[in-house]
Design a protein around this ligand. Structure first.
Ligand SMILES: *Cc1c(COP(=O)(O)O)cnc(C)c1O
Length: 395
């Protein structure tokens, strides 16, 4: 396991926000990619060929993802954000159209509508599952609604029985932001394949990584063809390199990334198993802790776990939570708040006039979340150390 200790010595950490952590060997980082010699060899092998983009690894990775999600098509792109954008554009969603989504997510799940001039309409979340509340979706539907964009928060699929019923009743498309849910299922059906189209992101903190990267999965053939064209500058599969029937983007993913992704997805079962074990240690360790709660997992859901988040109860304020985050970091324990409500981000307030109190369930949750260290190198002992520190700070 040489590569792992190398990473530790360099103080490697996921994301720029936590650059001050992981400087001591005893530190516990928030997230860490699960990379083996097999991935390293696969990447190096691509570098020994002339096919660094649009080569054989692209199709290999796409095929593996389509199989994992039980969809007919998978289209690799350069990020999860690009994947969301291409779906919105391919569905012809634009100015005057509304898309209903959750404010408790990463900004990309709303930004993809803004890129196309469409209007995001937020529906508040369920206080226990932390996913978009189906009753709030129903209440937000108007004549202009074109789609629902649920997010499988922290890996738990949204209640797709309810989503399907609402979408069917109103003739809406469903874009599943499954970026946090690779390997999860709802009634045995893989996340990503639960709506008309699903997306994944492969930033290093996700279940599997390609460094940067994303994937669209769908069984809608026309949608798949359009996404494929738009990712490659609007080219058609059988047209020439300088023939562009439509305006597109360069959202391609290199074969170097795809080689890494293909090995990662081949290890998905093993990776999910490890993550579920760590989640179980946390859930057992914190089961009797009354000062916080954990995400309620609905019975039809199988969760691969993106991050492990606890919610402090209402006696703690956002300031209390922020103090606890700071003190955990001082003890070398990587942690983060997840998420800041999208509607309260400065650019959203400026454009749409949202204010505090607009989505109270989301806001109350967002003020009190703590994401705890969650990755392959966690042990029952390190989980206990994290929980002991947390319990002490709650007092
Ligand atoms: C990771 C993530 C994305 C995509 O992120 P990229 O950094 O663009 O790959 C989108 N939505 C959610 C909910 C995510 O967690």
């Amino acid at each position: 396991m040489k590569h792992r200790s190398d990473l530790g010595r360099r103080g490697w950490t996921v994301g720029g926000n936590h650059a001050h952590m992981t400087t001591n060997v005893s530190d516990i980082p928030l997230a860490r990619p699960d990379i083996t010699e097999e991935e390293i060899d696969a990447v190096v092998a691509v570098l020994r060929t002339p096919n660094l983009s649009l080569g054989p690894k692209l199709g290999e990775f796409e095929q593996a993802m389509a199989e994992a999600c039980q969809t007919d098509h998978a289209i690799a792109v350069c990020s999860g954000t690009a994947a969301l954008h291409l779906i919105v554009r391919s569905m012809g969603i634009g100015p005057g159209d509304e898309v209903i989504t959750t404010p408790f997510s990463f900004v990309a799940s709303t930004n993809c509508m803004l890129f196309e001039g469409a209007t995001p309409v937020f529906a508040d979340v369920d206080p226990e599952t932390w996913n978009i509340d189906p009753a709030a979706i129903e209440a937000a539907v108007t004549d202009r609604t074109k789609a629902i964009l649920p997010v499988d928060v922290f890996g738990q699929p949204t209640d797709y029985d309810a989503i399907d019923a609402i979408a069917g009743k109103h003739g809406l498309r469903v874009i599943e932001d499954s970026c946090e849910a690779l390997g999860s299922t709802w009634r045995g059906r893989p996340a990503g394949g639960l709506g008309d189209a699903g997306v994944f992101g492969f930033y290093p903190n996700k279940q599997i990584t390609t460094g940067e990267g994303g994937m669209i999965v769908t069984s809608d053939e026309a949608l798949a063809r359009m996404c494929r064209s738009l990712r490659n500058q609007g080219r058609d599969t059988h047209g020439g390199w300088l023939s562009h029937p439509r305006m597109g983007y360069n959202y391609r993913l290199s074969d170097i990334n795809c080689a890494l992704g293909a090995v990662q997805v081949s290890r998905l079962d093993e990776i999910v198993k490890t993550r579920r074990a760590v989640a179980e240690w946390y859930r057992t360790e914190l089961a009797d802790e009354t000062r916080l709660s954990m995400q309620r997992v609905l019975e039809p859901a199988f969760v691969s776990w993106f991050v492990f988040v606890v919610r402090l109860d209402d006696r703690y304020s956002r300031e209390d939570r922020d103090n606890i985050l700071r003190q955990l970091r001082d003890q070398g324990i990587g942690c983060s708040n997840y998420f800041v409500p999208i509607h309260l981000q400065p650019y959203m307030v400026e454009q749409f006039g949202f204010k505090e109190g607009d989505f109270p369930v989301c806001e109350s949750l967002a003020d009190r979340t703590i994401a705890l260290p969650f990755h392959k190198e966690m042990t029952p002992e390190s989980v206990k150390r994290v929980c002991d520190s947390l319990r002490e700070l709650l007092a």
